[in-house]
Design a protein around this ligand. Structure first.
Ligand SMILES: [Zn+2]
Length: 171
């Protein structure tokens, strides 16, 4: 993973005080074929992705950030010349955002293969951590408020003093 000091410097005003840039990636394709909505550099911090469109500076929205909790999946597509990272973002506004339009995913294309892989790997590792940290708080299964009678095996609601079927005293 590489961090380009110039890229970080260009966005240092956007960074939060405790935010750390993990990696930077630059898009290779600028100009023909690249509209003004194409992002030109991508920074992954420990909190979010920041996409900076230098072509847009001073004209319209020139950067945007996507918190990791909004990203639902990440996919890497390797090309001969450049690679693309597809990110699926919950509630993403494709009309206003800088991610290139996809059908259901935003594209960060024109990246060096190495950068694209590093970005995809990092995003996936973040998504894994987020997923794991959510699990302990996952909704309890429906059966956790039920207990079973030790005598007849009937289902009883938790806290029942006696089995509703056989009258056995519950533990
Ligand atoms: Zn019973």
């Amino acid at each position: 993973m590489g961090v380009d000091a110039d890229e970080v410097n260009a966005v240092k005003n956007l960074l939060w005080p405790d935010e750390r840039v993990i990696l930077t990636a630059k898009q290779r394709r600028i100009g023909p074929g690249g509209s003004v909505t194409v992002p030109t550099s991508v920074l992954a911090t420990d909190k979010r992705i920041i996409i900076v469109n230098k072509a847009n500076l001073g004209i319209r929205k020139d950067y945007e950030s996507i918190p990791y909790k909004q990203i639902t999946s990440v996919r890497l597509e390797k090309g001969m010349i450049s690679s693309t990272v597809f990110v699926r973002v919950q509630g993403y506004d494709k009309d206003k955002g800088l991610l290139k339009n996809g059908k259901e995913e935003g594209e960060i294309d024109g990246l060096h293969g190495k950068d694209a892989k590093a970005l995809a790997d990092y995003l996936n590792s973040v998504l894994d951590v987020e997923t794991q940290s959510i699990e302990p708080n996952a909704p309890a299964s429906a059966s956790s408020d039920q207990i079973f009678c030790s005598k007849c095996g009937a289902r009883n609601s938790a806290g029942s003093a006696y089995c509703s079927k056989c009258g056995n005293k519950m533990a």
